[in-house]
Design a protein around this ligand. Sequence first.
Ligand SMILES: Nc1ncnc2c1ncn2[C@@H]1O[C@H](COP(=O)(O)OP(=O)(O)O)[C@@H](O)[C@H]1O
Ligand SMILES: [Mg+2]
Length: 244
Amino acid sequence: MDDRQQDGPLIELRNIHKIYYLGGEEVRANDDINLTIHRGEFVAIVGKSGSGKSTLMNIIGALDVPTDGEYLLGGEDVGVMSDRQLAHIRNKMIGFIFQQYNLLPKLNLLENVELPLLYAGVGSGERRERAMASLKKVGLEEKWRNMPNQLSGGQQQRVSIARALAGSPSLILADEPTGALDSKTSRDVLNFLKQLNEEGNTIVMITHDNSIAMEARRVVRITDGQINFDGDVKDYAAIIQAGN
Ligand SMILES: Nc1ncnc2c1ncn2[C@@H]1O[C@H](COP(=O)(O)OP(=O)(O)O)[C@@H](O)[C@H]1O
Ligand SMILES: [Mg+2]
Protein backbone atom coordinates (compact mmCIF):
# COMPACT_ATOMS: atom_id res chain seq x y z
CA MET A 1 0.00 0.00 0.00
CA ASP A 2 1.30 3.43 -0.75
CA ASP A 3 0.50 6.67 0.93
CA ARG A 4 -2.22 7.65 -1.51
CA GLN A 5 -4.37 10.18 0.27
CA GLN A 6 -1.85 12.93 0.64
CA ASP A 7 -4.43 15.59 1.53
CA GLY A 8 -6.33 13.95 4.37
CA PRO A 9 -4.96 13.23 7.83
CA LEU A 10 -2.19 10.68 8.20
CA ILE A 11 -3.73 9.16 11.33
CA GLU A 12 -7.39 9.10 12.26
CA LEU A 13 -8.49 7.26 15.37
CA ARG A 14 -12.23 7.24 15.90
CA ASN A 15 -13.82 6.00 19.12
CA ILE A 16 -11.00 3.59 19.82
CA HIS A 17 -11.54 1.22 22.71
CA LYS A 18 -9.16 -1.46 23.89
CA ILE A 19 -10.46 -3.62 26.68
CA TYR A 20 -8.47 -6.33 28.42
CA TYR A 21 -10.08 -8.95 30.61
CA LEU A 22 -7.85 -9.82 33.49
CA GLY A 23 -9.07 -12.47 35.96
CA GLY A 24 -12.71 -11.63 35.21
CA GLU A 25 -12.05 -7.92 35.51
CA GLU A 26 -12.38 -5.45 32.69
CA VAL A 27 -9.47 -3.08 32.06
CA ARG A 28 -10.32 -0.19 29.74
CA ALA A 29 -6.77 0.47 28.55
CA ASN A 30 -8.03 2.82 25.81
CA ASP A 31 -11.46 4.23 26.49
CA ASP A 32 -12.92 6.11 23.55
CA ILE A 33 -9.85 7.71 22.00
CA ASN A 34 -10.41 10.21 19.18
CA LEU A 35 -7.25 11.57 17.61
CA THR A 36 -6.33 13.05 14.26
CA ILE A 37 -2.71 13.66 13.24
CA HIS A 38 -1.61 15.33 10.03
CA ARG A 39 1.58 14.93 8.06
CA GLY A 40 4.42 17.05 9.35
CA GLU A 41 3.27 17.11 12.97
CA PHE A 42 5.40 16.34 16.02
CA VAL A 43 3.06 14.97 18.67
CA ALA A 44 3.93 13.75 22.14
CA ILE A 45 1.53 11.33 23.78
CA VAL A 46 2.15 11.71 27.49
CA GLY A 47 0.69 9.92 30.49
CA LYS A 48 1.59 8.15 33.69
CA SER A 49 2.50 4.49 33.82
CA GLY A 50 -0.61 2.39 33.19
CA SER A 51 -2.51 5.23 31.49
CA GLY A 52 -2.74 3.36 28.17
CA LYS A 53 0.15 4.78 26.13
CA SER A 54 1.66 1.50 24.98
CA THR A 55 -1.78 0.17 24.13
CA LEU A 56 -2.34 3.21 21.93
CA MET A 57 1.13 3.00 20.41
CA ASN A 58 0.50 -0.64 19.48
CA ILE A 59 -2.73 0.34 17.75
CA ILE A 60 -1.16 3.30 15.90
CA GLY A 61 1.77 1.08 14.90
CA ALA A 62 -0.60 -1.60 13.56
CA LEU A 63 0.92 -4.05 16.05
CA ASP A 64 -2.44 -4.65 17.70
CA VAL A 65 -6.09 -4.10 16.88
CA PRO A 66 -8.65 -2.22 18.97
CA THR A 67 -11.62 -3.94 20.62
CA ASP A 68 -13.81 -1.33 19.00
CA GLY A 69 -13.44 1.80 16.89
CA GLU A 70 -11.89 2.77 13.62
CA TYR A 71 -8.30 3.47 12.64
CA LEU A 72 -7.46 5.03 9.31
CA LEU A 73 -3.81 5.31 8.32
CA GLY A 74 -3.23 7.40 5.22
CA GLY A 75 -6.98 7.19 4.63
CA GLU A 76 -7.04 3.38 4.66
CA ASP A 77 -8.98 1.36 7.19
CA VAL A 78 -6.44 -0.63 9.19
CA GLY A 79 -9.25 -2.65 10.81
CA VAL A 80 -10.05 -4.57 7.65
CA MET A 81 -6.47 -5.43 6.72
CA SER A 82 -5.10 -8.96 6.62
CA ASP A 83 -2.02 -9.88 8.66
CA ARG A 84 -0.03 -9.64 5.49
CA GLN A 85 -1.26 -6.13 4.75
CA LEU A 86 -0.59 -5.12 8.35
CA ALA A 87 2.98 -6.40 8.13
CA HIS A 88 3.33 -4.49 4.91
CA ILE A 89 2.23 -1.14 6.34
CA ARG A 90 4.43 -1.67 9.40
CA ASN A 91 7.40 -2.17 7.10
CA LYS A 92 6.64 0.53 4.59
CA MET A 93 4.79 3.28 6.40
CA ILE A 94 6.10 3.24 9.95
CA GLY A 95 9.57 3.61 11.40
CA PHE A 96 9.72 2.34 14.98
CA ILE A 97 12.04 3.62 17.70
CA PHE A 98 12.00 1.77 21.03
CA GLN A 99 13.38 2.57 24.46
CA GLN A 100 15.75 -0.41 24.36
CA TYR A 101 16.88 0.24 20.75
CA ASN A 102 16.09 -3.37 19.74
CA LEU A 103 19.21 -3.73 17.62
CA LEU A 104 20.20 -7.28 16.69
CA PRO A 105 23.48 -8.01 18.50
CA LYS A 106 24.93 -10.32 15.84
CA LEU A 107 24.48 -7.89 12.97
CA ASN A 108 26.72 -4.90 12.35
CA LEU A 109 25.26 -1.40 12.26
CA LEU A 110 24.75 -1.34 8.52
CA GLU A 111 23.00 -4.72 8.57
CA ASN A 112 20.76 -3.56 11.40
CA VAL A 113 19.74 -0.46 9.49
CA GLU A 114 19.17 -2.55 6.36
CA LEU A 115 16.71 -4.89 8.06
CA PRO A 116 13.44 -3.04 7.46
CA LEU A 117 14.47 -2.54 3.84
CA LEU A 118 15.14 -6.25 3.55
CA TYR A 119 11.65 -6.98 4.91
CA ALA A 120 10.22 -4.43 2.51
CA GLY A 121 11.80 -6.34 -0.38
CA VAL A 122 14.38 -3.72 -1.42
CA GLY A 123 17.23 -5.25 -3.45
CA SER A 124 20.69 -5.55 -1.89
CA GLY A 125 22.45 -2.72 -3.73
CA GLU A 126 19.79 -0.14 -3.03
CA ARG A 127 19.40 -1.47 0.50
CA ARG A 128 23.06 -0.88 1.25
CA GLU A 129 23.00 2.57 -0.28
CA ARG A 130 19.92 3.72 1.60
CA ALA A 131 21.08 2.21 4.89
CA MET A 132 24.44 3.95 4.54
CA ALA A 133 22.75 7.27 3.76
CA SER A 134 20.62 6.80 6.84
CA LEU A 135 23.64 6.04 9.04
CA LYS A 136 25.29 9.14 7.65
CA LYS A 137 22.29 11.18 8.69
CA VAL A 138 22.85 10.19 12.30
CA GLY A 139 26.62 10.72 12.01
CA LEU A 140 27.63 7.07 12.32
CA GLU A 141 28.50 6.09 8.77
CA GLU A 142 32.15 5.52 9.65
CA LYS A 143 31.16 2.97 12.25
CA TRP A 144 29.05 0.89 9.90
CA ARG A 145 31.11 -2.27 10.51
CA ASN A 146 30.80 -2.00 14.28
CA MET A 147 28.60 -4.24 16.32
CA PRO A 148 25.89 -2.67 18.51
CA ASN A 149 27.65 -3.59 21.78
CA GLN A 150 30.66 -1.52 20.71
CA LEU A 151 28.57 1.65 20.94
CA SER A 152 27.28 3.82 23.77
CA GLY A 153 23.55 3.92 24.54
CA GLY A 154 23.11 7.24 22.77
CA GLN A 155 24.89 5.94 19.68
CA GLN A 156 22.77 2.79 19.68
CA GLN A 157 19.65 4.90 19.82
CA ARG A 158 20.96 6.90 16.86
CA VAL A 159 21.39 3.65 14.94
CA SER A 160 17.81 2.72 15.78
CA ILE A 161 16.72 6.15 14.48
CA ALA A 162 18.71 5.48 11.30
CA ARG A 163 16.93 2.14 10.99
CA ALA A 164 13.55 3.85 11.46
CA LEU A 165 14.44 6.41 8.77
CA ALA A 166 15.91 4.02 6.22
CA GLY A 167 12.62 3.16 4.57
CA SER A 168 11.49 6.82 4.34
CA PRO A 169 8.38 6.01 6.40
CA SER A 170 5.26 8.19 6.52
CA LEU A 171 5.37 8.06 10.30
CA ILE A 172 8.09 7.79 12.92
CA LEU A 173 6.70 6.19 16.04
CA ALA A 174 8.91 6.45 19.11
CA ASP A 175 8.10 4.75 22.41
CA GLU A 176 10.02 6.34 25.30
CA PRO A 177 13.00 7.00 22.98
CA THR A 178 15.05 8.59 25.73
CA GLY A 179 13.90 6.24 28.50
CA ALA A 180 17.26 4.47 28.76
CA LEU A 181 19.50 7.52 28.24
CA ASP A 182 21.15 10.06 30.52
CA SER A 183 19.91 13.63 30.33
CA LYS A 184 22.57 14.99 27.99
CA THR A 185 22.21 12.12 25.55
CA SER A 186 18.43 12.43 25.81
CA ARG A 187 18.75 16.05 24.76
CA ASP A 188 20.81 15.06 21.72
CA VAL A 189 18.26 12.46 20.68
CA LEU A 190 15.36 14.91 21.16
CA ASN A 191 17.16 17.58 19.17
CA PHE A 192 17.67 15.06 16.44
CA LEU A 193 13.98 14.15 16.42
CA LYS A 194 13.13 17.85 16.23
CA GLN A 195 15.46 18.26 13.29
CA LEU A 196 13.85 15.32 11.53
CA ASN A 197 10.46 16.94 12.09
CA GLU A 198 11.71 20.25 10.70
CA GLU A 199 12.77 18.32 7.62
CA GLY A 200 9.17 17.21 7.19
CA ASN A 201 8.94 13.91 9.04
CA THR A 202 5.82 13.16 11.04
CA ILE A 203 6.71 12.07 14.55
CA VAL A 204 4.59 10.56 17.30
CA MET A 205 6.54 10.15 20.52
CA ILE A 206 5.26 8.33 23.59
CA THR A 207 6.59 9.41 26.98
CA HIS A 208 5.68 9.39 30.67
CA ASP A 209 7.81 12.50 31.22
CA ASN A 210 6.27 15.98 30.92
CA SER A 211 9.63 17.65 30.32
CA ILE A 212 10.20 15.38 27.32
CA ALA A 213 6.66 15.89 26.03
CA MET A 214 7.36 19.63 26.14
CA GLU A 215 9.86 19.17 23.29
CA ALA A 216 7.10 18.27 20.83
CA ARG A 217 4.87 20.82 19.12
CA ARG A 218 1.58 19.26 20.14
CA VAL A 219 0.85 17.34 23.30
CA VAL A 220 -1.84 14.72 23.84
CA ARG A 221 -2.24 13.67 27.45
CA ILE A 222 -3.84 10.39 28.32
CA THR A 223 -5.22 9.51 31.75
CA ASP A 224 -6.98 6.22 32.54
CA GLY A 225 -7.26 5.44 28.85
CA GLN A 226 -8.83 8.75 27.89
CA ILE A 227 -7.45 11.90 26.30
CA ASN A 228 -7.82 14.80 28.70
CA PHE A 229 -5.61 17.32 26.93
CA ASP A 230 -4.87 17.78 23.26
CA GLY A 231 -3.30 21.01 22.12
CA ASP A 232 -0.31 23.20 21.48
CA VAL A 233 2.75 22.59 23.62
CA LYS A 234 2.61 26.19 24.92
CA ASP A 235 -0.87 25.62 26.31
CA TYR A 236 0.30 22.37 27.81
CA ALA A 237 3.23 24.10 29.50
CA ALA A 238 0.81 26.63 30.96
CA ILE A 239 -1.49 24.04 32.50
CA ILE A 240 1.47 22.08 33.88
CA GLN A 241 2.79 25.24 35.48
CA ALA A 242 -0.61 25.91 36.95
CA GLY A 243 -0.34 22.48 38.55
CA ASN A 244 -2.84 20.59 36.44
N1 LIG B 1 -2.06 -7.59 27.72
C1 LIG B 1 -2.71 -7.02 28.73
N2 LIG B 1 -3.57 -7.72 29.50
C2 LIG B 1 -4.23 -7.13 30.52
N3 LIG B 1 -4.09 -5.85 30.88
C3 LIG B 1 -3.24 -5.09 30.16
C4 LIG B 1 -2.49 -5.63 29.07
N4 LIG B 1 -1.72 -4.64 28.55
C5 LIG B 1 -1.97 -3.56 29.29
N5 LIG B 1 -2.88 -3.81 30.25
C6 LIG B 1 -3.41 -2.85 31.22
O1 LIG B 1 -3.94 -1.75 30.49
C7 LIG B 1 -3.62 -0.53 31.15
C8 LIG B 1 -2.81 0.36 30.21
O2 LIG B 1 -1.54 -0.26 30.00
P1 LIG B 1 -0.42 0.36 29.04
O3 LIG B 1 -1.05 0.70 27.74
O4 LIG B 1 0.71 -0.58 29.02
O5 LIG B 1 -0.05 1.69 29.80
P2 LIG B 1 1.28 2.59 29.73
O6 LIG B 1 2.04 2.24 28.51
O7 LIG B 1 0.77 4.00 29.73
O8 LIG B 1 2.05 2.30 30.99
C9 LIG B 1 -2.92 -0.91 32.44
O9 LIG B 1 -3.88 -0.97 33.45
C10 LIG B 1 -2.36 -2.27 32.13
O10 LIG B 1 -2.21 -3.02 33.30
MG1 LIG C 1 4.04 1.67 28.31
